[in-house]
Write a protein that binds this ligand. Structure first.
Ligand code: RP5
Length: 259
């Protein structure tokens, strides 16, 4: 019996999902409209008929690289759903297929995501400042032109913190002592790429710079998937525009910042 998020993780997601029912990834067909009161799978929705979509890039990744690539086989075989994914939510439907823990998204298949079920990422929340003037290091994503936390997929053979450290280096040109970071969240992300059968989960690591001078000396430079990198205000009213559910991660981080 899987534990609830609040039991497993320092910070719970506190659903329902807001993004993935309403937004979609690049090249996705329209999502089947899911009224707010029909999101949960436990609520009957007999007319629910979402389209199936898995991007060509995902299918060809498996054709070319097989089990060594980042994509699962076209069919969600049971043995592929349980291997090596620490956070793997155990939500499966009666046929043993993965089922998005937060409910219906209006789409089946994997969309742009490689794995059936959970796709594991790692994020970094770096903060500086105090009180009403806390700032968080953000990147402007190239794919969606939205501000986001630095982060990305955990590669095969990498730990979650190694992935977070690598993404920070690649996207922001910043290296910190990762042993001083704190895991503040582990769980699903309300990502626009999610489908009923394939979704993002992340490990988020926080570090707060007590000394602004040390933070300022980092001189971040955008690289890889980041078009820009900036220290941005972590004030609540600025967080709504952050990618996916990254606002929740920033809120959790800011709560840890000394007043
Ligand atoms: C989000 O997508 C995660 O929180 C992480 O920031 C990101 C990983 O995907 P890519 O940046 O690799 O596309 O759900």
């Amino acid at each position: 019996m899987p534990m609830s998020n609040s039991a497993r993780f320092p910070v719970s997601f506190n659903g329902p999902h807001l993004v993935c029912c309403k937004e979609k990834g690049r090249g996705y067909p329209s999502r089947f409209h899911v009224p707010d009161d029909k999101v949960q799978f436990s609520v009957a929705f007999p007319s629910y008929a979402p389209k199936q979509h898995t991007a060509d890039i995902v299918l060809s990744q498996f054709t070319q690289h097989g089990a060594t690539g980042w994509a699962d086989p076209p069919e969600p075989l049971r043995e592929n759903l349980t291997s090596g994914r620490e956070l793997k939510s155990q939500n499966l439907d009666d046929d043993g297929l993965p089922k998005y823990p937060e409910g219906r998204t209006g789409l089946l298949g994997r969309g742009l995501l490689g794995r059936w079920g959970a796709n594991i990422a790692a994020d970094v929340v770096l903060t500086k400042g105090r009180g009403d003037d806390v700032k968080v290091l953000c990147i402007l994503r190239r794919d969606k032109a939205e501000w986001a936390l630095p982060g990305g997929m955990v590669d095969e053979g990498e730990t979650n913190s190694q992935a977070a450290e690598r993404e920070l280096r690649e996207e922001c040109g910043v290296q910190i002592d990762f042993s001083k970071t704190v895991l503040i969240y582990a769980g699903y992300v309300d990502d626009p790429r999610n489908t009923d059968q394939s979704w993002m989960e992340t490990f988020a690591f926080h570090f707060h710079f007590d000394d602004d001078d040390v933070a300022n000396a980092l001189s971040p430079v955008a690289g890889d998937d980041a078009a820009e990198v900036q220290w941005r205000s972590a004030a609540f009213e600025n967080l709504g525009a952050l990618y996916a559910s990254h606002a929740r991660l920033v809120i959790a981080a800011v709560e840890r910042v000394p007043a």
